[in-house]
Ligand binder design. Structure first.
Ligand SMILES: N[C@@H](CCC(=O)N[C@@H](CS)C(=O)NCC(=O)O)C(=O)O
Length: 206
């Protein structure tokens, strides 16, 4: 890759993980070229990312994924610390949990959208989709208990942005109950008004 070539973010519009990266690139004014890839991803996307997933960030000599690593890389590319803040060490657990909740929710919704049903004896002992929805609801309760004005104190943090991407994704794809949690609802409502969120609203489902 030419030294002058900017980093590239592969994304598609509906991905809540990619939306977090796109919003942060906007907020932090990081020079990254956006590459919109179609969904479902073509098989040859596995040549770019062995997991076949977006977001994927290509920088000089490096292919960076999953989202947590991209977020840290983007933060490292900022010229000075600015909102939303990130302390890669102190915020790691909270960010990991929110991204895990995003994985659970996307997985549960995809099971539903794919029309998958149990066709044999369930030797697992629980319903995978319902368990994922349960994890999300319990995770949101856990976050609500810890939240004040923001999830990590007095200043907006990347974790607030990640949670907002997740809940707005749910609203646009497969609504779940979350507005009953006041602290979280206030965070999402404040952030959803920001230009970075307004300019990355996913197209309605067809
Ligand atoms: N754990 C991954 C999740 C990424 C992910 O689930 N990406 C989805 C879009 S929301 C994807 O690329 N799906 C493509 C596919 O399943 O074919 C991360 O943190 O980046």
């Amino acid at each position: 890759m030419d030294r002058l070539e900017p980093a590239k973010l592969y994304y598609f519009d509906a991905s809540p993980f990619a939306r977090l990266c796109r919003v942060l690139i906007d907020e932090w004014h990081v020079p990254v070229q956006m590459i919109d890839v179609s969904y479902p991803l073509p098989d040859d996307f596995f040549k770019i990312n062995p997991l076949g997933q977006v977001p994927t960030l290509k920088t000089i000599g490096e292919t960076i994924f999953p989202t947590s690593q991209i977020v840290e890389q983007l933060w490292a590319m900022t010229e000075e610390a600015q909102e939303p803040f990130l302390d890669p060490l102190a915020d790691r657990q909270l960010l990991a949990i929110i991204l895990e909740l995003s994985d659970f929710l996307v997985n549960a919704v995809h099971i539903e959208f794919a029309g998958l049903e149990t066709v044999g004896e369930n030797r697992l002992g629980f319903d995978m989709k319902e368990r994922d929805f349960l994890r999300v609801q319990n995770g949101l309760d856990w976050l609500e208990d810890r939240a004040g004005t923001w999830l990590t104190g007095d200043e907006p943090n990347v974790c607030d942005y990640a949670l907002t991407c997740l809940l707005l994704w749910s609203d646009s794809r497969r609504p779940i109950t979350w507005r009953n949690r006041k602290n979280i609802a206030d965070i999402v409502d404040r952030l959803a008004e920001r230009p970075s969120f307004k300019s990355t609203v996913p197209a309605p489902m067809t």
